[in-house]
Write a new protein. Structure first.
Length: 258
């Protein structure tokens, strides 16, 4: 697959008006980026629940996809405080972040819960952004085995459909630097091989998150399918730089395929 995927999760760093201003800036940079417009780079933004309608309005008529930072594991019903996949799909949400390390740590979410959320998302036509990663720093080969095992658990019983696997080693989230390039490459290649071996996951990709920023995608090259950005994307110019790198990577893939 020649397409490169770049996503941004805003977590809860922005208030509503700050988010609206960021959307307006990103529309002028990312939504009109040639590679995004051509479909060579798939770009998605994941704001807070309350910011989703404003994001949908801002990116309306552009190729930019809007996502949710979580999704209920339950269908519609008596589940106070939950936000269902069916309602998210109804308003136009395209992707849903599932199983982030913070959800696992702060809210005790398990692999079983992540699988349930991935199931309801796919059932409603929403692509899961499934966050996978080892908690402690391990040898890269050991980390690869651990993450492949975690991926299998998070996809257990999940209906067929493509997923975006975001490899985010927990020990690298919020760190000054991302994980070492060779470590990332070893783990992402193992995850890609696991997905490729599963006919139910045709069209799936593996991207890297965890203190990802400008320059990383160029160094990683074809060992990943893109990046999942956090705080580095708060500055739209840094996001634009990453999209330029993604465009270059997509072009190199197209040349190889040709």
């Amino acid at each position: 697959m020649s397409q490169v995927t770049v996503g941004v999760s805003l977590k809860t760093y922005f208030g509503h008006e700050r988010a609206r201003a960021w959307f307006a800036d990103v529309v002028q940079r990312a939504a009109v980026h040639p590679a995004v417009a051509a479909g060579d780079v798939r770009f998605f933004v994941i704001p807070t629940y309350l910011q989703i309608p404003a994001a949908l309005d801002a990116f309306d008529g552009t190729p930019v996809l809007v996502g949710a930072q979580d999704v209920s594991e339950f269908e519609a019903g008596a589940y106070t405080g939950e936000v269902t996949a069916s309602e998210l799909a109804e308003i136009g949400v395209a992707v849903a972040e599932i199983g982030h390390a913070e959800r696992r740590r702060l809210f005790d979410e398990t692999d079983t819960v992540a699988a349930a959320k991935a199931s309801v998302a796919l059932t409603q036509g929403i692509t899961p952004v499934l966050c996978i990663g080892e908690v402690e720093r391990l040898d890269s080969a050991v980390a690869a085995l651990a993450t492949v095992k975690q991926l299998a658990a998070n996809l257990s019983g999940v209906p067929a459909g493509p997923v975006i696997v975001a490899y985010e080693p927990v020990w690298a989230i919020g760190a000054a630097e991302p994980a070492p390039d060779d470590h990332i490459a070893t783990v992402t290649r193992a995850l890609r091989a696991a997905l490729a071996a599963d006919p139910a996951r045709t069209g799936s990709v593996v991207i890297y998150g965890g203190s990802a920023g400008p320059g990383l995608l160029t160094r990683l090259g074809d060992s990943v399918d893109g990046l999942f950005l956090g705080r580095f994307a708060h500055e739209p110019s840094a996001l634009a730089a990453v999209l330029d790198e993604a465009s270059a990577l997509a072009s190199s893939r197209i040349d190889v395929d040709a």
